[in-house]
Ligand binder design. Structure first.
Ligand SMILES: O=P(O)(O)O[C@H]1O[C@H](CO)[C@@H](O[C@H]2O[C@H](CO)[C@@H](O)[C@H](O)[C@H]2O)[C@H](O)[C@H]1O
Length: 674
């Protein structure tokens, strides 16, 4: 249809729409979560690379700053540096030093002095626009202020005894450039949107975890063959041993009453005898549910005694939050609406295919969302009130993500110190969703990444791609996971997996028995035979110490190395290094001196033979720039496992024997003042 005069057509010149893009485009801000749905996450002490793509038309040079505001409202300004030529990427590393919500923006501007200097250095030696360039310099220096350094520079511009090159050199002296850069001469200032960063306590990302079943610690078999359960009082006796290995978090499987209906017997059988203690995840009995303590373990007083004893030896205790019920749980009669009743009047048991959990009912979170929320919050806050600040959450991926966003959000607002570890082994979207919505940590697929290529890819993913919100806890084994690599790899495999976990991620974990190389699986399963989930287990730690068959000294060494090396307590600083052998993996971890707190850089090179059955030799080709060194530097390195020292450089021969030392953890000895 033809337009009439009355149609309002805005001419381009009078259209006052504001462009979505700023005068200087600032894009691809990082760190942030996908779609910026929730704040990106960090932890106290973490060094975070802030990056953005910033560019402008034409040839004028730009400057870029990170404006970082801490939770007290204080703004910290960091000058950003250009990344690879042609990418228009800018970056700066900043350390987050206190918990709370930090905000940040990127400021971009035309850098008038740098633009002048760039042009002057081309034109003046060529004799082009010489007077004009000096006049422009004089005006810029006048803008810089009246400090002596600038007024002296202006005098030099007029010094006719100097050649043009001499005058140029005088005003581009590094001292002048530094003084100007401290307060750059800018135009076209543009500021990005504001993004938030949730900085949590260090334990949210950094920790050495150990898991034991309290009922096994101190359990005794009577002469008639029946068992007497361990208690919180007897389990407390094991705490110094765990702490002596350098662990700092102790995770306990559920400590609540265990149901008797459909109770599981040894080796996951369905016909438990009267003496069988049942799976602790079958929560709830006549003596109570999620807010009760199993009477065999003791009372609330015994539990708080246990927490105190753990604290005394430097261990923080985490408990399990498994939102499911044995058929004997009080909720089943008090709140039948919280479960899904089938047409035949029964409630279906829980499953995590192909696993079947005949001894528990799943909770239906959609039947009474409000009532369930109130009850779960009450339970979590009850344990918090007793002094528990770490929860390992069982199967969170079988509950609605919106529920976790709500629960973890409320808990974070009220108790920001609380750490939730997601025991989710499922598809990436859900695992990442749980992390994004608030879980501080997650179990990972590390246990099943065993080849060099798999591990390299996975470490890159964890330390780069998902590091803004997903924090891995690299458990080497669990009561549910005894991988083929461990079943058939012998002690060498146990050493390798522990060394990888302890160095590749700031959080790692071990389930009791790992140090004894318990590697016999129930046939057809990936779990230990005679699994502790269904029975008491006595371990003779003293005998293993006496015979030297325990890996406890190795685990202790790993934890000592972690404690001494701040680069291992970072997530985003892992660099895969090249080796010629398909079974030898190498990677480095580096933290520059300005972040270590000691004044020296911290650099480690980890090299591991993944082949548990053969000695392997190879050449490790190092990109030394990833360790803060020059490409051709020669360096001394010290093996932190054996104490051996070597001189290394770009290319280095290694030989690793799975039957003795399958892993090098090499400390780079930095020259003084590096
Ligand atoms: O399903 P996942 O492999 O992630 O394992 C976790 O959850 C399971 C269910 O809570 C739990 O399984 C154990 O407890 C069940 C309930 O008592 C029992 O039926 C299973 O046989 C037993 O393995 C598993 O331990 C936990 O890590």
């Amino acid at each position: 249809m033809a337009k009439t005069k009355s149609d309002s057509v805005v001419s381009p010149a009078t259209d006052i729409r504001t462009p979505a893009i700023g005068r200087i485009p600032i894009r691809n801000l990082s760190p942030q979560q996908p779609e910026n749905r929730w704040a990106a996450k960090s932890f106290v002490g973490e060094v975070v690379p802030f990056t953005a793509t910033v560019f402008r038309e034409g040839h004028d040079l730009i400057g870029v700053q990170l404006l970082l505001t801490d939770p007290t409202g204080l703004e910290h300004v960091h000058r950003m540096a250009p990344m690879a030529a042609g990418t228009d990427g800018w970056t700066v590393d900043a350390q987050l030093t206190s918990p709370g919500t930090w905000t940040w923006r990127i400021r971009a501007f035309t850098d008038d002095w740098q633009t002048w200097q760039h042009n002057a250095e081309l034109k003046i030696p060529a004799g082009v626009d010489v007077d004009l360039m000096f006049t422009m310099a004089d005006r810029l220096l006048a803008r810089a202020g009246s400090k002596r350094i600038f007024t002296n520079a202006r005098q030099s511009l007029k010094n006719s005894t100097l050649s043009p090159e001499g005058r140029l050199a005088a005003v581009t002296d590094p001292a002048i450039v530094t003084a100007i850069n401290a307060k750059p001469l800018t135009s076209l200032d543009t500021v990005s949107e504001v993004l938030s960063l949730r900085v949590e306590r260090a334990r949210a990302a950094v920790g050495s975890w150990y898991e034991f079943f309290p009922r096994s610690e101190g359990a005794k078999k009577a002469k008639n063959g029946s068992w007497v359960s361990g208690t919180f009082r007897t389990a407390a006796k094991r705490l110094p041993g765990v702490a002596a290995m350098g662990f700092d978090v102790l995770y306990l499987p559920p400590i609540h009453p265990i149901g008797v209906t459909n109770r599981k017997g040894p080796n996951n059988t369905l016909d438990a005898g009267p003496e069988d203690p049942g799976s602790p995840w079958a929560i709830g009995a006549t003596s109570g549910g999620h807010d009760a303590i199993h009477p065999d373990l003791g009372t609330v007083k015994d539990f708080t005694f246990f927490l105190g004893a753990a604290r005394k030896v430097g261990l923080e205790v985490g408990i399990d939050l498994a939102l499911q019920c044995s058929p004997d749980h009080p909720w089943v009669t008090e709140h039948p609406e919280w479960f899904t009743t089938l047409p035949d009047g029964t409630i279906a048991y829980a499953e995590n295919p192909p696993k079947k959990y005949q001894d528990i009912y799943p909770v239906n979170f959609d039947n009474d969302p409000e009532g369930i929320r109130v009850e779960v919050l009450r339970i979590v806050e009850y344990w918090i009130s007793l002094g528990v600040h770490i929860f390992r959450v069982d199967n969170p991926h079988t509950k609605p993500l919106a529920f976790w966003e709500w629960l973890l959000g409320v808990i974070y607002d009220r108790h920001p110190e609380v750490v939730f570890l997601a025991e989710a082994f499922t598809r990436p979207a859900m695992m990442r969703g749980l992390a994004g919505a608030g879980f501080q940590q997650s179990y990972t697929y590390f246990t099943w990444r065993n080849t060099k290529v798999e591990l390299e890819e996975y470490f890159e993913e964890l330390s780069r791609e998902s590091a803004d919100y997903f924090r891995p806890n690299l458990f080497v084994n669990t009561p549910d996971i005894l991988t083929e690599y461990l079943q058939f790899g012998g002690r060498g495999a146990y050493k390798v997996r522990a060394a990888l976990a302890a160095t590749a991620s700031p959080s790692w974990g071990v389930y009791a028995g790992y140090e004894l190389v318990e590697n016999v699986a129930r046939p057809g399963s990936e779990e230990n035979l005679d699994n502790e989930k269904y029975e008491y287990k006595q371990r003779d730690w003293a005998a293993a110490d006496a015979t030297g068959t325990t890996l406890a000294p190795y685990l202790t060494r790993l934890n000592l190395i972690r404690a001494a090396h701040p680069s291992l307590r970072q997530l985003r600083n892992l660099d895969v290094q090249w080796t010629d052998d398909e079974s030898i993996i190498a990677y480095s971890k580096f933290l520059p001196a300005r972040f270590t707190g000691s004044g020296s850089p911290d650099g480690l090179i980890i090299v591991a033979n993944l082949d548990s059955h053969a000695v392997r030799e190879t050449v490790v080709h190092l990109d030394l720039t990833r360790l803060g060194l020059a490409p051709d530097d020669r360096i001394h390195v010290v093996d932190l496992i054996t104490g051996d020292t070597f001189t290394w450089g770009r290319d280095n021969y290694v030989r690793l024997d799975p039957f003795t030392q399958p892993v090098h953890i090499l400390r780079v000895v930095y020259p003084k003042g590096n």
